[in-house]
Ligand binder design. Structure first.
Ligand code: C2O
Ligand code: CU
Ligand code: CU
Length: 477
């Protein structure tokens, strides 16, 4: 049995389920009436948030060289010591020695080549989440980098600007590897987006949000059941502050939690959403609360320009405070948020319709897609290159009542409907990952272009995909 080999996941899962992974995610859905989120109203101090550490911004990586118009990078995959609790370092698995891996900043039309060297004593590999890449460069779950080996991935970046991320995708161990730190930002910029004059440079800040279980010794605990992951890390730091100027900022929010939804509010300040997983929305959308789950990205612009020096705004989840913005200075601001951003590509004409279900088996130890655990030797869907398809994705987890998420490799999709109703604001734009609550069906549409070969689709709760909640399509000519 495919999922049977996943010792860590099997040990982890029952407790995670018993303690209801659904509990947190249920509270975090966007389906409740607006204003019911507790986050915004909670006093940070009451919940013990210290805001003693500054939020670091992940280091932007410099190419080792640029040759033939390609940016070439080298990143070791290695263990490092990292102190979640000051003075108490703990081992983590990292890209380049950093708990939040170095940010790769790419440009539409300029290829990137990254050579990863696996210095761990376990297998790894690298998937560029949200990218349109050849199958050989996708980080296929069985396509591994052995300890001591290297692999070069080629990313052509033939897609519009977007916030992507890279992470381990080694089947059965992706959950542990990502939990232990194998995650980083990969941001694509494009000229059309630059022409909009959105906040940029030091005012364009990637923010990775995830949970973790950190014990009293400062140790990153694994295996870890979901309810014990009570520490929310923001760029690797629990409850940090971030000093901002009284002007506009672009924040690229990325959720890398293994199995975690956040429902965010910003102390009454509007969050103007400009992009989702696959890039810009057609027009900015003012949000008062944002729900996003594992793997999703939301780019927002926050305008602090009318806020007095000394004012503070807490970004909160329903579980408590996450990050405090402190307005500490003035700064010039010539950026803007135009009323029109970028039109979404026209929806093609679908010719195929398929059904996808996600659930656990009755034991709770095996994840299933269409009632089967992932088998790399089985092709679940054969998709014709060039085809536009509609997939009806249903969470059939009536026994466990667990939320799931749906992630598609290779292409961005659009959510056409959610349980027959219009998609929510959280579903807007070009998406590659969405939340599907128990009993819900979402209808998504995608067009499969250019590349052939096998690509996975799966629940992006990596605790679930690692025990089988994954399937694969093969794109054929
Ligand atoms: Cu972010 Cu198949 O993964
Ligand atoms: Cu992906
Ligand atoms: Cu799941």
């Amino acid at each position: 049995m495919t999922a049977g080999g996943v010792a860590g996941g099997v040990a982890l899962l029952p407790s995670a389920l018993n303690t209801r992974p659904s509990a947190s995610a249920t509270e975090h859905t966007g389906h409740e009436p607006a204003g019911s989120a507790a986050g915004g109203g909670r006093a940070a101090a009451a919940l013990g948030a210290s805001f003693t550490q500054c939020m670091p911004v992940p280091q932007q990586l410099t190419p080792v060289r640029r040759s033939d118009g390609t940016d070439v990078y080298r990143i070791p995959i290695k263990t490092a010591q990292y102190a979640f609790t000051p003075g108490k370092p703990t081992p983590v698995r990292t890209f380049g020695g950093q708990f939040v891996g170095p940010t790769i900043r790419a440009k539409t039309g300029t290829p990137v080549e990254v050579t990863f060297t696996n210095q761990l004593d376990v297998v790894s590999n690298v998937h560029l989440h949200g990218a349109h890449n050849a199958a050989v460069d996708d980080g296929y779950p069985m396509d591994l980098i052995a300890p001591g080996a290297s692999r070069t991935y080629h990313y052509p970046n033939k897609q519009q600007g977007a916030t992507l991320w890279y992470h381990d995708h080694s089947h059965g161990s992706e959950s542990e590897n990502v939990y232990k730190g194998l995650h980083g930002f990969y941001i694509i910029d494009d000229p059309a987006e630059a022409a909009l004059n959105l906040p940029s440079g030091q005012y364009d800040v990637p923010i990775m949000i995830r949970d973790a279980q950190i014990d009293a010794n400062g140790t990153l605990v694994w295996p870890s059941s979901v309810p014990d992951r009570t520490t929310v890390l923001v760029n690797g730091v629990a409850a940090p502050y971030f000093q901002v100027a009284a002007r506009k900022y672009r924040f690229r929010l990325l959720n890398t939690g293994n199995e975690r939804g956040f429902r965010l509010t910003l102390g009454g300040l509007p969050m103007v959403q400009i992009a989702s997983d696959g890039g810009l929305l057609p027009a900015p959308v003012t949000r008062t609360d944002i729900t996003f789950t594992s793997g999703e990205r939301v780019d927002i612009v926050v305008d602090f320009s009318n806020q007095p020096i000394g004012s503070k705004f807490v970004l909160s989840d329903v579980s408590g405070p996450v990050l405090r913005f402190d307005v500490t200075r003035t700064a010039a601001d010539t950026s803007r948020v135009p009323a029109t951003l970028r039109a979404l590509p026209a929806l093609g004409t679908p010719t195929v319709e398929r059904n996808v279900t996600m659930r656990f088996d009755d034991s709770g130890n095996v994840g299933l897609v269409n009632d089967q655990a992932y088998d790399p030797n089985r092709v679940d869907f054969q998709v014709k290159r060039g085809a536009t398809e509609i997939w009806n994705v249903t969470n059939t987890d009536t026994v466990w009542g667990a939320p799931h998420t749906f992630h598609l490799h290779l292409e961005q999709f659009r959510v056409l409907s959610r349980d027959g109703a219009a998609p929510t604001l959280d579903d807007a734009g070009r998406k590659d990952t969405v939340l599907v609550m128990p009993g819900e069906t979402i209808r998504v549409q995608a067009t499969f272009t250019e590349y052939l070969g096998k690509y996975p689709f799966h629940c992006h709760f990596l605790d679930h995909s690692s025990i089988g909640m994954m399937a694969q399509m093969e794109i054929v000519p």
